[in-house]
Design a binder for this molecule. Structure first.
Ligand SMILES: Nc1ncnc2c1ncn2[C@@H]1O[C@H](COP(=O)(O)OP(=O)(O)O)[C@@H](O)[C@H]1O
Ligand SMILES: O=c1ccn([C@@H]2O[C@H](COP(=O)(O)OP(=O)(O)O)[C@@H](O)[C@H]2O)c(=O)[nH]1
Length: 320
């Protein structure tokens, strides 16, 4: 099975700093940032037949039907080629949430919901200030107040829904930008750890399926592997490299061999993740059981996690 896209929803009142934080998170942590509002504004400008309708929705701060917003988001997700997304300003109401679950529920995993909390007075001041240069038809006092009401009435219940699922990470959005950024990074760390575990599992599954192309597609251009090859680090870039790596006995796999990752330890430093674990290969057939100590260094870049380095050392006897 391939790697499902991982999604972080970023919610908060109008002007709470969603776009500002997402832009920096995408740059520094390697996510693809998609703003539902921005995609709708682009669609409005594109001269499509929905343009006039969209203009009214945006000006009034009303939430457009999910078929439209989610259609744009889904198209942009596919076009990006990424697997790690910050989806900014969506889902904003029950219709959005139902649409997401119906259309994307099985296609993507929501790893967390980043929620920027900010009092209305701060939001209002920010939007009026943004209105001096944004050119947005909704950055005025009247629209701002309507958008805030919509946010309270329809978006907060969505946040409560995610809260009951244990997915919400709250951050005080009223602090200065650097402090908010540091707090959002901390709030995202467990979601990033889950992304890295999922990427690791997907890559090992590619190995056990002998899918060298899928394995290589998850590697950086300068990726290397070292350890039980008995030699210096070798390149791990192309499917042929992956084949060589496997033929040196590095992976101790047979096609479809089940495996377990025991005692995982992870450290995330910006867009670098370091993961060590004991891989127990099992299945019980033909004496292929073996344990391998592995360390994977992953780099979050361009909307994906890519393997930078793999070190492994086989343990001769898997059983204590
Ligand atoms: N922490 C902050 N402190 C002060 N101003 C901020 C902060 N975060 C964002 N802003 C400013 O407030 C305005 C709204 O931020 P933005 O990121 O566009 O919000 P949103 O996407 O939630 O509507 C922008 O002009 C932005 O520069
Ligand atoms: O999923 C979405 C996201 C945005 N919008 C519309 O786009 C506007 C602007 O949203 P954005 O997130 O860009 O800005 P914010 O209001 O958070 O500053 C909203 O008021 C809505 O009218 C929408 O209908 N559906």
């Amino acid at each position: 099975m391939g790697l499902k896209p991982n999604v972080v929803f970023v919610l908060g009142g109008p002007g709470s700093g969603k776009g500002t934080q997402c832009e920096r998170l995408s740059r520094e942590l390697g996510y693809v940032h998609l703003s539902a509002g921005e995609l709708l504004r682009q669609a409005r400008e594109s001269g499509s037949e929905e343009g006039a309708l969209l203009d009214e929705y945006l000006r009034e701060g009303r939430i457009v039907p999910v078929e439209l917003s989610l259609g744009l988001l889904r198209k942009a997700m596919i076009a990006s080629g990424g697997t790690r997304f910050l989806i900014d300003g969506f889902p904003r109401n029950q219709d959005n949430l139902d649409g997401w679950e119906r259309i994307m529920g099985k296609e993507a995993d929501v790893t967390c919901v980043l929620f920027l909390e900010c009092p209305e007075s701060v939001l209002e001041a920010r939007l009026l200030h943004r209105g001096l240069s944004s050119g947005r038809s909704d950055d005025n006092l009247e629209s701002a107040r309507k958008r805030f009401r919509t946010y309270v009435e329809t978006t907060l219940p969505v946040v409560e829904h995610f809260q009951s699922c244990g997915l919400v990470r709250r951050v005080d959005g009223s602090q200065d930008m650097d402090t908010v950024f540091a707090n959002t990074c901390a709030a995202l760390s467990d979601a990033m750890e889950r992304e890295v575990m999922a990427a690791t599992r997907a890559q090992i599954e590619a190995a056990t399926d002998n899918d060298t192309a899928a394995y290589a597609a998850m590697c950086c251009d300068d990726a290397t592997g070292a350890g039980c090859t008995g030699s210096a680090a070798i390149a791990l870039k192309t499917p042929a490299d992956v084949e060589t790596w496997g033929s040196k006995g590095a992976s101790a796999n047979a096609a479809g061999t089940p495996f377990e990752l025991l005692n995982p330890r992870m450290q995330i430093m910006g867009n670098v993740a370091l993961l060590s674990y004991l891989r127990q290969n099992g299945g019980g057939d033909a004496g292929r059981e073996a344990a391998v100590e592995e360390t994977r260094v992953w780099l979050g870049k361009g909307g994906r996690w890519r393997l930078k380095h793999l070190h492994c050392s086989a343990i001769k006897s898997a059983q204590p």
